[in-house]
Ligand binder design. Structure first.
Ligand code: PLP
Length: 375
């Protein structure tokens, strides 16, 4: 794909072609769809259709189709329900002012999806099928892409072992689906800093684990920590490394950056415990474009807290597709409560969020050809 001009929708259309579009006799009414895309509740509303593919050990990938959104028929013995052989992706379709619809770096999600599948011993979906399946659903449900600024159609591709078998082994039957959910801005009242609980008892992953794979199991493992945070008035939890409890890793579903007073950025290096975020990678690129140094390194929690207190670190933020960039106002644990800067949204944090969002919405130049036009 790399030699194609991403701004030419013909490239994606070609990849979407193998997906047979089945009729849908029961779509939402125009009025209902309008209501659902105008005031979406995150993750609770889904569009009319979904993409589906199947894989078997003997036949490989087959059965590319876009079909009406409906509950899956799954055997209660399906391996995924017992052993969690599942991975997923998350990306957004953006409405631009001229009525066109775009994806942000879907090739990066496609490649990461392969890496996640490999770690879980699931078959790797070809990059072209990932791109084609997402594009096919966006085209089919283009009317579900919200048109209000900062509202998007959140796309959720996922892959799981569906064969009824209670032995633990490499899967022989797998299903792949894409579903789409209209979503509003993460912070409806505007961006505001969150409190972070620093968790040092429960970990989402460990050395040699599945930290770098985007899999449901990591999220299941993060919930105990997440709720310890909530009990302590924190919106999110930050994990430290399980082996030494010394180094910062990431939040339950977002990567982190610290802004230093000389303007350089630091972010935890991709040790294998950390999910390689597309947003993280894009922020590194944008900072380097501005001539800033970005240091990917092991960041000691204690050093970060000391640097915040001394003013060496002026801003800390979290990043991911859903919220784009979230300022961090406080770090809390049983032992400390540290305020970052004045506890508000930092200047660089807000500027970077606006820049990335501007590119995604087609409002400012896209210097790295990150946007792919679907229709
Ligand atoms: C998805 C995810 C992120 C953010 O990745 P993006 O590609 O930027 O959306 C960060 N951490 C975890 C654990 C994730 O699952």
């Amino acid at each position: 794909m790399s030699e194609n001009n991403h701004h030419d929708p013909a490239a994606l259309n070609k990849l979407a072609e193998p997906f047979e579009v089945l009729p849908n006799d029961n779509p939402a009414s125009d009025a209902k769809r309008q209501e659902l895309t105008d005031k979406p509740a995150f993750g609770q509303v889904f569009s009319d259709n979904m993409t589906h593919m199947s894989w078997t050990k003997g036949e490989g990938w087959s059965d590319r189709r876009v079909e009406p959104y409906a509950p899956l028929k799954l055997d209660p013995g399906a391996s995924v329900l017992h052993y969690a052989q599942e991975c997923f992706e998350g990306l957004k379709a953006y409405h631009h002012d001229d009525g066109s619809v775009w994806l942000f770096r879907p090739d990066a999600n496609a490649n990461r999806f392969r890496n996640s599948a490999k770690r879980l011993y699931l078959p790797e979906l070809p990059v072209d099928d990932f791109l084609g399946s997402v594009a096919a659903l966006v085209k089919r449900d283009a009317a579900w892409v919200p048109t209000r600024r900062e509202y998007t159609l959140y796309m959720r591709p996922f892959l799981f072992a569906s064969e009824p078998f209670l032995g633990v082994r490499a899967p022989e039957e797998v299903d792949y689906c894409v579903i789409a959910s209209p979503s509003g801005p993460y912070f409806p009242g505007g961006v505001k800093p969150v409190n972070i609980w620093v968790e040092d008892t429960w970990f989402r992953t460990g050395p040699g684990g599945t930290g770098f794979a985007k899999c449901g199991g990591n999220y299941a493992a993060s919930l105990v920590g997440e709720y310890r945070g909530i009990e302590n008035d924190c919106e999110q939890v930050c994990f430290v490394d399980a082996a030494t409890k010394t180094y910062l890793e990431e939040l339950g579903g977002m990567n982190m950056f610290a802004v230093h007073k000389d303007g350089h950025l630091e972010t935890p290096s991709l040790t294998g415990n950390i999910l390689p975020g597309v947003t993280r990678n894009s922020i590194i690129q944008l900072a380097q474009d501005e001539g800033r140094d970005v240091v990917e390194t092991m960041i000691k929690l204690q050093d970060l807290l000391d640097d915040i207190k001394s003013g060496e670190v002026t801003e800390v933020f979290a990043c991911g597709t859903a919220a784009i960039i979230t300022p961090i106002g406080h770090f809390k644990s049983e032992k400390f409560d540290v305020t970052v800067g004045d506890g508000g949204s930092g200047e660089y944090t807000v500027a970077t969020r606006n820049k990335l969002l501007g590119i995604q919405l087609g409002e400012i130049e896209d210097p790295h050809d990150w946007m792919w036009k679907v229709c």
